[in-house]
Design a protein around this ligand. Structure first.
Ligand code: SAM
Length: 286
């Protein structure tokens, strides 16, 4: 029997799809929120797609999860409370828990099915993170949570799907405004903001909204092979303009005292990630 191929259709309107051979399908169902597929691919390991968009691959997830987590946490330098919006596979949660200085992590995920099936079929991604006593898992729409909570967070990480399906609301100004309300003074929000070579408008839209809300609005880059089309942008918003300028020397001291090793993140890579090629800078509204 010929093997099954799973198509990534995120960029299909632009005439681009990516296909991954599925040597084994572990789960393929509509969770009631999203179409969830988990399968094994010989090159990228175990993969998950949601509504046709690649979410996580065990071979390269460390790049995304380390850069989405350690850049804001080490730039801030004194994180006690952290909020994750989305992140159902548990990779961001795993990386955040490595910082023993963080006292509480709240994770707000809209789809219990993603958490359940990630724990079952992708345990290497969360690596037990959901069981950590510092974690509060809330199954809810992230927009509702930030609009209503009286909690405050030093770092907010929006590990969302792309602006299709339930993820669309996480790219709206009202969500960003409410998220800012939940930041402690000088806190920082980072956002999964797509691949600017293919999704320039998504980045431009977030930067435009962040400029209205924050003293410092920018992004940083990391290249994750299964997020096709070149480097991915991670949106950055903070009223503490010094955070983004934290030097590699200071970051190195903080990483050493955090006491764990990484596979992609280094203080030098962190500092360099904010050096943006001209075509990415050109995405920024004038
Ligand atoms: N790293 C992936 C990426 O870059 O596309 C994202 C991974 S994570 C699986 C994305 C999560 O966002 C999913 O679990 C999805 O259910 C969740 N999500 C989507 N819309 C949401 C919303 N409005 N509130 C909370 N979580 C949401």
């Amino acid at each position: 029997m010929s093997p099954r191929w799973i198509d990534e259709t995120l960029h299909a309107e632009g005439g681009l799809t990516t296909s991954y051979r599925a040597d084994k399908i572990l789960y393929e169902e509509n969770t009631g929120q999203q179409q969830l597929v988990i399968f094994d691919n010989p090159t990228f390991g175990r993969m998950m797609t949601l509504d046709g968009a690649t979410q996580v691959a065990t071979r390269d997830e460390f790049i995304y999860h380390e850069m989405m987590t350690h850049v804001p946490v080490l730039a801030h330098g004194a994180v006690k409370s952290l909020l994750i919006i989305g992140g159902g596979d548990g990779g961001i949660l795993r990386e955040a828990l490595r910082h023993k200085s963080i006292e509480t992590i709240t994770m707000v995920e809209i789809d219990a099915g993603v958490v359940e099936f990630s724990k079952l079929h992708l345990p290497m991604v969360s690596a037990g993170a959901f069981d950590d006593p510092r974690v509060e898992l809330v199954i809810a729409d992230g927009t509702k949570f930030v609009a209503e909570t009286d909690k405050r967070f030093d770092v907010i990480i929006v590990d969302s799907t792309d602006p299709v399906g339930p993820g669309g609301v996480l790219f709206e100004e009202g969500f960003y405004r409410d998220a800012k309300r939940c930041l402690t003074p000088g806190g920082v929000i980072v956002t999964q903001n797509g691949v600017p070579f293919l999704q320039p408008d998504e980045l431009a839209s977030t930067i435009r909204k962040f400029r209205k809300l924050f003293g410092d609005a920018s992004c940083y880059l990391a290249t994750i092979p299964t997020y096709v089309g070149g480097p991915m942008a991670m949106g950055w918003g903070s009223d503490n303009v010094a955070l983004r300028q934290t030097t590699a020397l200071v970051l190195a001291e903080r990483l050493t005292s955090a006491g764990f090793s990484t596979r992609y993140y280094t203080p030098q890579v962190h500092a360099a990630a904010f050096a943006l090629p001209q075509y990415v800078q050109d995405c920024f509204p004038r």
